[in-house]
Every structure is written in C-alpha cells, then in structure tokens.
Design a protein around this ligand. Structure first.
Ligand code: DGT
Ligand code: CA
Length: 572
C-alpha cells in the first residue's frame, strides 16, 4: 500500500470521529498521524517490514498497531465501525468550502441530509439558516461552496487533460503489446472541457496490457480491472477508462466511443432507415457484420463520407455529409502564425528572440507580438516611449530573421467608456491592434456591448481579443449581446479572436461557427505569456475545427506578407 492510501484512511477516520463529536485528543492523534505518513519520504510499508514504525515521530505503539492493521487488511476496523454509524458521504460535505465537521454534524442530525443535492435544496428553502449557529450568511456561503466544489470536481479544461491522455498513449505504446491505440470520447472531439479519458486498444494480450495500464505511474487508484475494460483514477483526480476491442470492431468501437451521444443517436436512426443495425461491434444486416474494421467503412455503408470527430455533435454535420457538402476543415499544418503573444515588454516572460526561436520550432513563419497597452499597469502595460523601442527592435529582428517575422502588435485595452488605451497617432503605427476588455466586467449588457462595438467601429482596430471574457471554471462571460458584436465585426470587416489559452478558448465553437457563417475573419492567438504556452495553438485549431472553420476563414493561414496586406487594408 502506498503512503497516500494509509494517510487517507487515517484522515477519514479523524474526520468521522470529528463529525461524531469524539474526544478531541483522539481526533488530533489520527490527524497528525495522517499528515506524518503523507509527508514521509520513506515507504511506510518498508518501515513496517523493518519493524521501524515506532521510530516515526508522533507514532506511538497504538498508532503503529493501527498502521500495521491497515497494511495487512487494507482498512481499519475503527474506520469500518464508524462508517456504520455515520454515512461516509458526509466526508464529501467536508470538502465544500465553508463546511466543517460541527456544521455537518448538525445538518445531518437535524435533517438527515446525505447528498449535496439535498443540501442545496435545504439551503434554497432557507432550512439551513434556521439551524442554531447558522444564519443566512452561512447558508449563502454553503451555496457558494457547493458551486466551487462542483466546478473543482466536475469537468476539466481540455488543455489540462489532453497532455495526460497523450502520455498514457505514449507509455502504452512503449510498454504494452498494443496493436492499435486511440483516444476517443470528448477529447478526440476536442471539446473544451472533458469529464474523463476514454482510450481504445486492440491487442492479442488483453490481460498483460490491462496489467500495464493498472501499473502506469500516473495511476492513483484502480476502480475496476478487467480484460475488456479497466477503469482507474489518475493522480490528477480524473478517471480513465481503457477498453480492449477486437480488430474487426475497431472502427465501430472508435465511432461509438468517440460520440457524441447525440451524433451516435442520429447515426443509429440513419442505419435503421437503411435496414441496418449499428453498435460498438459493427454495422449489421441481420446477423451479418457488413462493416466495423475502420471508421471510414462504418460511415461508408451508411452512405456517408468520413465525418471528422470535431464535427460529431449533431449540429447539422450529418445533413451536410449526406449532401456531400462537409467543410474542408482547417488543419494544424495550415497555420502559419500566432496572432497574440506577450513578450517581456509587458507581462510576458520571453524576449523577442526567444519567441522567434519557439516559433521556428513550431514551424511558424510569423508571430504578432501583442503586449498590453499603457493603462493596464498590473499587466505591465507598455508606455508609448517603450512602444517605439519595441517597434525599432522588431524591425531590426525582421531584417535579420529570415524564417520567422514578428508583427508589431498591441493588445489595447477597451476602457469603460468604449475608448481605447492608446491615442490614434500611436495606434496608427501599430500593424495589428487587437482590442479587448480587461476591466469593468460588471457593467451591464448594454454598456459592454457598446464598448466592443465601439472598438470594432474604430478605424485603427483590427480585431477583438477574447470576445466574451470567460475563463473556464473561474469567470463567467461578461454580459454581452454577441449577435450585435458579430454583426459589427461583419459590418466593419474586422476579425474576432479565437483565444487559444487553455482556460479561455474564447470565442467558443458555437460563436466560431456563427462567425464562419457570416464570413467574419477569425484569428487564433495563444495569448502566451511564456513560450511554452505557444503550444496552445493546437487547442485553438481544435476550437476552429469544432466551429467548422476552413483554411480561408483564419488569418493564421495567410503568409506574413498577406497578413500585413490585410492589416493595411483594414486600417482606414
Ligand atoms: P465527457 O462528458 O467529456 O466524457 O464526454 P464523452 O462524449 O466522452 O462522454 P462519455 O465519456 O460519457 O462517453 C463516451 C462516448 O460513448 C460518448 O461520446 C458516446 C458514447 N456513449 C455513451 N453513452 C451512450 C449512450 O447512452 N448512447 C449512445 N448512443 N452512445 C453513448
Ligand atoms: Ca469521456
């Protein structure tokens, strides 16, 4: 057993004792022991084997016995007894900010509440405020805590999960006898947030492969271990399901587990109309499997071309596929530049030279250096004199650097009244002006929309940065009428950004699709404040593809010369 698991049982025991109202010294002893074991650099199992448990500071004979019991039986009888008295689900209540053991105890004893949903309901009915020692303020805090708890334990940004999934694939390719391996589910569809990691495998040796899965260094806990399906929880807290499928069903399983569910349902209807049956094992006419080996084959027998995973959301992709009118989605390889990178001139960590090197490594041919404008002091906004130095430096570097050109840009703050944070005579000298809202998020819809539309109308502005202002899991979009913003972008011929920073992805897929339909130019910008973050470009391409973007819809696919040409044309 790992130190973490032993510590976990000791901590939960302490918490249940606390909810029960047990002796504080006893509770404290379990708590301390849990913390000690958790922070131990040596393996607790090894210490037990060497008979050295008592040498751990704070672990006396009694606790040493308990630890030996945990190591031997996998649990603790005290803990098991407590679980009979107090529902262990109350332990999750303790993870809600604003709730401690004393309050959990009262809530449970008074109302017998054992689920977060019931707790929320009781708060909304003001039953919690009535309890002794609670009140309306506490009730409000609990509601806020429930929201935060849900965000924390709910969906994760794709940018956080994708690298984990890719590492798993890399490790399994190297360590296990896999033939085919692929990431399925929402990750394959490049959805902005994901619930879990879905992996599909074909192999001749299922048992061996699943053993390797269970022993991956990223795995924290095995939920279920089987020959066809293994579920684990990774250290980062996210669940991963790995399925082994037979080679004849690879394509059918990949299609099924890529989803989305809504897309699958439509596909199934289409199959039924043709007298066929489709499931994760194949497409069947009666008993006979007529397709299943590849996804292409599965779609083909339904009379469809291959539909890219990013489109599989039942947003009209099946209809246009039937008409043979699927969009030619933009590819990562089509991207020639990054439209939004911060340098040391504002709050970025990289020099212009470092940005050029990174761009070269990514195979890009241009980068727009968009540092913050003068008034945004907390983000190192660039004063006008500095801006001229930056411009001169960019010109020098562009004369020297052949492969990668820098574009003299600025991320100009749109002030509360809709005016811009540099005067026109300064803006005139900037080749890519991307305007964005960084303050006054609380203004009403009318004012926020007015600010964005004013910026779009401004003759020296080229684009709007992160148009809705949302930050995944942290900040809702500001109140804005996006229809008006899109209409203004179209009217004035301005671009909207697909901000590719992993927590923004703003515009989202829905607004990207709406922009494409209106013919509004889009530009992907990573908003990188560190060169590593320029890798987020891929996430931006994911959003673009989910929004049905073709090569022509993205300014990033233009050569440096063409972007400069576009920039001049759109500065009237
Ligand atoms: P999420 O929530 O980020 O995990 O999103 P998905 O799409 O990865 O959803 P997940 O992991 O629950 O299921 C993976 C795929 O399996 C899903 O996209 C479609 C398929 N699937 C799951 N449940 C059903 C179902 O009830 N009916 C059909 N037709 N397909 C399903
Ligand atoms: Ca999933």
């Amino acid at each position: 057993m790992k130190n973490r698991e032993v510590a976990d049982i000791l901590r939960k025991t302490a918490q249940l004792l606390d909810i029960k109202g047990d002796n504080p010294y006893r509770i404290r002893a379990y708590e301390r022991a849990s913390q000690t074991i958790e922070s131990l650099t040596k393996d607790v199992e090894e210490l037990a084997r060497e008979g050295k448990l008592e040498t751990i500071p704070g672990i006396g004979a009694d606790l040493a016995n308990k630890i030996r019991e945990i190591l031997k039986t996998g649990t603790l009888s005290t803990f098991e007894e407590l679980k009979k008295e107090i529902p262990p689900v109350l332990l999750t209540f303790l993870e809600i900010p604003g709730l401690g053991p004393k309050k959990v105890k009262v809530i449970y004893e008074k109302y017998g509440i054992t689920s977060i949903e019931d707790l929320e309901k009781a708060c909304l009915q003001h039953k919690i405020a009535k309890l002794p020692g609670f009140g309306f303020k506490t009730e409000e805090n609990i509601l806020k805590g429930i929201r935060l708890f849900r965000e924390r334990t709910g969906r994760r940004p794709l940018g956080e999960v994708l690298p984990l999934a890719e590492e798993v694939v890399f490790l399994l390719r190297n360590r296990a006898p896999v033939i085919d391996i692929a990431i399925a589910g929402s990750i394959r569809r490049q959805k902005e947030t994901v619930k879990d990691i879905d992996i599909l495998i074909t192999t001749q040796q299922a048992e061996t492969t699943m053993k390797v899965v269970a022993e991956l260094p990223l795995v924290e806990e095995i939920i279920a271990l089987g020959d066809t399906k293994t579920s684990v929880r990774l250290r980062s807290g996210i669940q991963m399901d790995v399925r082994v499928v037979e080679p004849e069903a690879w394509g059918a399983a990949l299609a099924y587990f890529t989803g989305s569910k809504a897309h699958n349902i439509r596909i199934r209807e289409l199959a039924l109309e043709r007298g066929l049956k489709i499931n994760e094992y194949g497409v069947f006419r009666g008993e006979e499997r007529i397709a299943g080996r590849t996804e292409e084959e599965v779609y083909a027998v339904l009379g469809l071309p291959f539909i890219p995973p990013e489109l599989r959301e039942d947003r009209g992709e099946i209809e246009v596929a039937l008409q043979g009118k699927l969009p030619q989605l933009v590819n990562y390889e089509d991207i020639l530049g990054d439209g939004h990178v911060h340098s040391k001139y504002s709050d970025g960590s990289a020099s212009l030279e470092e940005i050029i090197l990174k761009a070269e490594a990514l195979g890009l041919s241009w980068v727009a250096i968009c540092d913050h404008s003068q008034g945004l002091k907390i983000a190192g906004g660039v004063p006008v004199e500095e801006l001229w130095k930056k411009k001169k430096r960019i010109e020098e570097l562009n004369n020297r650097s052949q492969k990668v050109k820098l574009i003299m840009g600025a991320e100009v703050d749109i002030l509360s009244d809709g005016t811009l944070d540099y005067p026109d005579e300064v803006l005139k000298e900037i080749d890519f002006v991307i305007a964005g809202i960084h303050t006054g998020f609380q203004q009403d819809e009318r004012q926020i929309t007015f600010r964005l539309v004013s910026a779009l109308k401004h003759p020296l502005v080229h684009a709007i940065a992160h148009p809705t202002g949302r930050v995944l899991g942290e900040r809702e979009p500001y109140a804005v009428n996006m229809e008006e913003v899109l209409e203004a972008a179209k009217t004035y011929g301005k671009a909207l950004e697909i901000n590719a920073y992993y927590k923004r992805l703003d515009l989202n897929d829905i607004y990207v699709k709406a922009s494409v339909e209106k013919g509004i130019p889009l530009i992907i910008g990573t908003d990188a404040h560190h060169v590593d973050q320029m890798d987020f470009l891929k996430l931006g391409v994911g959003v673009a593809r989910r929004g049905w973007c073709e090569k022509k819809d993205l300014l990033n696919t233009l050569s440096y010369e063409k972007v400069i040409e576009w920039s001049k044309k759109h500065k009237s």
